[in-house]
Design a protein around this ligand. Structure first.
Ligand code: GUN
Length: 292
């Protein structure tokens, strides 16, 4: 059994990006600049955004954090986004989700300049992804592809079952695993809350990508021998033994499923760190795009 070590791979990627940035500095070139928009003070969102800013420092990127009140109007937020679109110093930016109820998320995402959309959430980038065109690929699915590639996990002709159809993970993942090439060339089943006989479908999977957010959903008796398991779950479970008062739990019963799997991602230390590394990679790509 091979553990797909996202912590290690994400570190490798950050070192590679840092080496690229060092070369830019040596040539007196502008370094990549990522901005993050954080609306309100949701605990998890603040943690994610802070990790993204810290990761920028680690690789030598410039970063800007735009903190906005949870009571901001949609119009004001759209104005902020337009400013970032027009700011030539900023190569890419993200709007941390979820957004407060008064704001139409799709409207916000559609206002982001597709050439600065390092989250890959704009319909232009999503459409390009589906059409095998070069685009920004959402960071979590991109990170999963990178893990599969670096560990040389066979995906060609395999049956991939994706659990969950979120716009951020499940839906793009289902498209990417079916694209031509490696990692890809998979036969994909996208399952969700209305899927009938989900356990039977999962039992036929060569690769399971679980992005459901339900701790211990995937049990050993549900999967076949030598399955590849990608756990995207990151649920906070109260835990008084931890300083922060919670621990992060994936969708997979890791202890038992890992005994049956050929490859598996741990939580934490699997997909999570890859997401940030790939956001940096997209920002580097955005810098290259804007240099031309
Ligand atoms: N919320 C949860 N995941 C993400 C992500 O990848 N990007 C943004 N912007 N918000 C998120």
């Amino acid at each position: 059994m091979t553990i797909l070590d996202g912590k290690k791979v994400s570190n490798d990627i950050k070192n590679e990006i840092k080496a690229d940035v060092d070369q830019m500095i040596a040539k007196n070139e502008k370094v990549p600049h990522l901005a993050a928009v954080l609306v309100g003070n949701d605990g998890a969102s603040m943690t994610y955004v802070n990790s993204k800013v810290k990761a920028c420092e680690r690789v030598g990127f410039k970063s800007t954090l735009v903190k906005l009140s949870s009571t901001i109007s949609e119009l004001e937020l759209l104005e902020q986004i337009k400013k970032l679109n027009e700011d030539d110093d900023i190569d890419g930016f993200i709007v941390q989700l979820p957004l407060p109820k008064q704001i139409d998320t799709q409207k916000v995402l559609m206002t982001v300049d597709p050439d600065k959309d390092v989250d890959g959430f704009h319909p232009t980038n999503f459409g390009k992804m589906a059409l095998d065109m070069t685009s920004f690929i959402p960071a979590t699915p991109f990170g999963i592809l990178e893990l599969l590639e670096r560990y040389n996990v066979e995906t060609n002709g395999k049956h991939t079952v994706v659990i969950g159809r979120s716009h951020i993970v499940g839906r793009p993942m289902s498209i990417l695993m079916g694209r031509k090439g490696f990692p890809g060339n998979s036969t994909v089943t996208l399952t969700h809350s209305h899927t009938k006989n989900i356990t039977q479908i999962i039992s036929q999977a060569d690769i399971v990508i679980s992005a459901l957010g339900k701790p211990n959903f995937l049990k050993a008796e549900m999967v076949k021998d030598d399955v590849v398991v990608i756990d995207v779950g990151i649920t906070r479970v109260p835990d008084e033994t931890k300083k922060r008062g919670y621990r992060i739990t994936g969708d997979v019963d890791y202890e038992n499923v890992s005994k049956k799997a050929s490859h598996i991602t741990p939580v934490p230390g699997g997909v999570g760190p890859m997401t940030i590394a790939m956001l940096l990679k997209n920002t580097l790509l955005a810098r290259e795009l804007h240099r031309i």
